[in-house]
Design a protein around this ligand. Structure first.
Ligand code: 6GU
Length: 235
């Protein structure tokens, strides 16, 4: 039995995370593999308007999330003692690219706190504070802008939780997919099932041949071709 992974989500829109009760992640929670907690950052405000942002120092458009509510949330959720075993994920379009190897590393963590800010950003001192105490991951999903970190945190969660032992029924299904180690960095080949003929479209003959060597060769060739046309940077 593997130890339970604790996932915390800190956001001004905690309702975004209701979808985590569905599907794979809901099952993982039901089976006691993961434990989830959702927090409204405004819980750690003290003014009548429950203010979490302020105008940027130095001027400019948009608002910046003020540091105090984050600090008080960390005090309550993580304490103040440094502990590199605690991982903190901050989704941001200016983060390091999120890759399968990050998902693998995070899938071995006992505890992850996701800090979801709006895209104009969080006061930079909050990130400095996190970096000096816990293991900080500032991660971006790709070269486009989302309004906030919530949807990115959900995507990262799904990539991580499915790698936790026991969450996926057949672990072999993890080894042949795109970006898995052992796939030489190639994208996955196309998949088919029955019927062999469907609306005039046929399953490639080689896949029905029963010849395992030729099937493996065909799949590898397809992977190389697809990777070359869609993601030449991976070759
Ligand atoms: Cl992680 N956050 C936001 N706000 N936008 C993004 C992103 C993350 N990744 C791509 N765009």
């Amino acid at each position: 039995m593997t130890a339970v992974t604790r996932l915390d989500y800190l956001s001004i829109f905690p309702d975004y995370f209701q979808v985590l009760h569905l599907s794979l992640l809901g099952k993982a929670a039901e089976h006691g593999l993961v434990e989830t907690h959702f927090w409204d950052l405004r819980r750690w405000t003290h003014d009548r308007h429950r203010t979490v942002d302020d105008t940027p120092c130095g001027g400019g458009a948009g608002m910046v999330m003020k540091p105090e509510p984050w600090g008080e949330a960390f005090d309550e959720l993580l304490g103040t003692e440094p502990d590199p075993e605690i991982h903190v994920v901050v989704p941001t379009p200016s983060g390091y690219p999120f890759r399968q190897r990050d998902a693998e590393q995070l899938s071995t963590a006992r505890r992850i706190l996701f800090c979801c800010g709006r895209y104009e950003g969080i006061d930079h001192r909050v990130l400095e504070y996190l970096r000096t105490r816990w293991t900080l991951h500032e991660l971006s999903l790709g070269d486009y802008v989302l309004n906030g970190g919530e949807v990115a945190a959900l995507a990262i969660t799904e990539a991580v939780v499915r790698l936790i032992p026991g969450v996926i029924g057949n672990p072999e299904s993890l080894t042949e997919e795109s970006y898995s180690p052992g796939q030489e960095g190639l994208l996955e080949y196309p998949n088919y099932t029955r019927p062999v003929s469907w609306r005039g479209l046929e399953v490639p003959e080689v896949l029905m041949s029963g010849h395992h060597g030729r099937i493996a060769q065909w799949r590898h060739d397809q992977s190389v071709e697809i990777t070359g046309s869609r993601r030449p940077d991976l070759l």
